[in-house]
Design a binder for this molecule. Sequence first.
Ligand code: HEC
Length: 150
Amino acid sequence: MRRTWVWLAAALMAASPLACDQRGKAAPVELAPYMSRLQRYKQRLGFAIEAKNQKLAAYYLKEIDETSETISLKVPVLDGQPIAENMKSFLEPAISPLERSLKAGDWAATAGAYQTLVERCNACHVQTRHEFIVVLPASGEPPRGQRFSP
Ligand code: HEC
């Protein structure tokens, strides 16, 4: 009887290698999927600003801000690079001026602040030795399947 239990336990463990892995080292959290989220929001923010859609632009800006916070919590350091610190020094200072100009409905200032935000993304890529990742302000056709005009 005891033997049966031992055999059963061994068979169960062999059948579920994932469970064994889960007891081992936690899988490292990836930064790239969060970045890809920032990229999507940055694009949509650009199209919303171009269409002078205040509410939609404010929504995407908030999503960028929240994603930046999530990144700082989930991936504070990556390959020796202080990601949380850099999010704070590169991206965060670009968010509040954009928030203010949007609230004021100053579209010229908002367009300028948006350019600055995109430059800050790239400045951090340089800082974190990913200078080959160059993002651009949104241009061309907005994605189909969503209305950007207010
Ligand atoms: C902390 C500095 C930092 C800031 C700020 C930052 N990035 Fe990144 N970004 C990185 C690093 C580091 C990687 C590489 C991540 C990896 O390989 O795991 C990356 C990768 C990327 C990628 C490639 C991954 C993909 O999905 O194609 C894109 C796109 C990107 N970032 C967009 C942005 C945008 C847009 C912003 C600004 C809204 C931004 N990043 C702000 C550090 C930063």
